[in-house]
Design a binder for this molecule. Structure first.
Ligand code: ADP
Ligand code: MG
Length: 324
């Protein structure tokens, strides 16, 4: 991709525990364009949150980034930044809405305190200017500015989630990572919030890494989607194509686990078997134990994400053979 906002190359993250060294993210590479929504999907435990935290450098032991580069437009490799450089970079250039973020607000501080804390810590604004900024942020997410003095418990779940999104927007970042940003909310509120985020993105032009296990929401709100399986990115495609014409047998299985958005309802076949135990990685392809299209190479040769069509990448031997 020409001139991406962020370019992730061969990212590896290990959890180093007494039980063994678990490679939870293995050679993950993808770009996100400026103003693009890139969705990251895959079963629970496949490494989505580990990628998200590593990009923000908010991963904590036993997680260690053991390889790769994360090139952020105008900043070079952010994995090489010092902790001090990273703390000015974070929130200002790239911010994050965490999984179950609505519980991330501090219950004993007013919303005003929490907004002013983030704004004043990262900018030269004084308190009066910070309050004015906080008021305009509240308006952006359709909450009346006179609610600034209220405490988190005085807001509904959906409103708390919008408050957290407003904090993520506070310093006008170029990219926002959203890890299951609406999972705890009911379906109607989820869609409302995602529509709001999308409208804000259109207005301000930031890029989004959108993580959810809800593929139909993801297809609706993402430009492109990457599918992860057991720590590896196994397919990248424009969101319109990923379920309609999947390349990787795992993506095909995921697609049949979800009801189609339009057209007749089909039987949900899902994917047999369980995700890999990361302590027992087989030789060859990581998906071999659940795949119904294996060939001899799948048991001997590791797979690699390769470009198959101009906008399509997959790591399946079925396709890389054809492409080579
Ligand atoms: N604190 C931890 N200690 C050891 N291993 C962990 C820890 N957190 C996550 N992992 C490993 O990393 C894998 C990916 O986890 P995670 O990134 O949270 O997945 P996802 O967000 O896709 O559900 C898990 O399957 C597990 O093997
Ligand atoms: Mg997660």
């Amino acid at each position: 991709m020409a001139n991406p906002q962020i370019s992730i190359r061969n990212l590896c993250v290990d959890y180093i525990t007494a039980a063994g060294d678990v490679r939870a993210v293995n050679n993950v590479s993808f770009d996100i364009g400026k103003g693009e929504v890139f969705g990251l999907a895959g079963e629970s435990g496949c490494g989505k949150s580990t990628v998200a935290f590593s990009l923000m450098r908010l991963h904590k032991p036993p997680a260690y980034i053991t390889g790769g580069e994360v090139i952020f437009d105008g900043h070079g490799d952010i994995l090489k930044k010092t902790d001090a450089e990273m703390s000015t970079f974070r929130w200002r250039e790239m911010s994050m809405v965490f999984q179950s973020a609505m519980n991330a607000l501090n219950p004993v501080l007013t919303v005003e305190e929490q907004f002013c804390d983030v704004i004043m810590r990262h900018t030269k604004m004084d308190r009066k200017q910070a309050i004015r900024r906080a008021e305009s942020l509240l308006e952006l997410v359709d909450i009346h500015p006179n609610r600034l003095r209220d405490y988190p418990h005085q807001f509904s779940g959906g409103m708390r989630q919008r408050l957290v999104i407003a904090i993520a927007l506070a310093l006008d970042p170029k990219m926002i990572i959203m890890d299951e940003p609406t999972t705890a909310l009911d379906v109607v509120v989820q869609r409302e919030i995602l529509q709001k985020i999308y409208a804000l993105k259109e207005e301000f032009g930031f890029s989004i890494l959108f993580i959810t296990h809800d593929l139909s929401l993801m297809v609706e709100f993402s430009d492109r989607i990457g599918i992860m399986y057991s720590g590896e990115l196994i397919e990248i495609a424009p969101s319109k194509q990923i379920l309609e014409a999947p390349f990787h047998p795992y993506t095909e299985g995921l697609g049949s686990s979800f009801p189609p958005l339009t057209g007749p309802k089909t039987k949900l076949t899902g994917i047999k078997g369980n995700p890999l135990n990361l302590l027992e990685i087989p030789r060859g392809c990581r998906f071999q134990t659940r795949c119904n299209k294996t060939q001899p190479a799948c048991f001997t040769t590791p797979t690699q994400l390769s470009q198959i069509e101009p906008e399509r990448f997959s790591n399946c031997h079925l396709f890389t053979k054809i492409g080579q």
